[in-house]
Design a protein around this ligand. Structure first.
Ligand SMILES: [Fe+2]
Length: 178
């Protein structure tokens, strides 16, 4: 018999101290940015997103955000995860309006996923992450607007239906260890 010993679920959160300084400008730049709405199924409805352009690092909001966020991520990897280096492979935004949702999914072919909560109304649902080792266990990192959550990209996660009239905007990015 093989004795499988599950490892603990693993995610970290941190706050972007510059959030209040950059939030409005990033929102303005995102609103000017090309994007597409998604209405693929009852499980995937998003008002606007630019995933198709996520490898383009020339977008203005990406240029503004990257230098800020890279600093935090590098420190998180060096000091907390004990990995010397990581690279952001792609980055995109999601604008959720009332009743929008993104059901359970994973991110293929990358090591880590990060979510920056650029606009998070007070009662809006946070990201749910499914445990890898405990069936049906879901954990919801305690985050507020301006926070980032980093977690392994192979963990199933979702954004439940938005229940507020105010929009929720998240900026999502993938990372590889290198
Ligand atoms: Fe995702």
């Amino acid at each position: 018999m093989i004795n499988f010993i599950p490892f603990q679920d693993h995610y970290i959160t941190f706050h972007i101290r510059e959030h209040n300084l950059i939030k409005d400008e990033i929102i303005q730049l995102i609103e000017r940015e090309n994007g597409k709405s998604v209405n693929e199924s009852s499980d995937y409805i998003v008002t606007k997103q630019d995933y198709e352009n996520s490898f383009n690092f020339e977008r203005e909001y990406v240029q503004l955000l990257l230098p800020v966020i890279k600093n935090y991520i590098q420190r998180a990897f060096n000091e907390y995860m004990f990995l010397s280096n990581c690279t952001i492979t792609n980055i995109w935004y999601h604008i959720y309006s009332k009743n929008d949702t993104y059901g359970w999914h994973i991110h293929d072919s990358v090591n880590w996923t990060g979510i920056y909560y650029l606009k998070l109304p007070k009662h809006a649902p946070k990201t749910d992450i499914k445990s890898l080792v405990k069936k049906n266990k879901v954990f919801t990192p305690k985050v507020k607007e301006g926070d980032v959550v980093l977690f392994p990209a192979h963990l199933h996660h979702r954004s439940k239906h938005l229940n507020t009239d105010e929009q929720k905007i998240s900026i999502v990015f993938n990372l590889v260890n290198k």
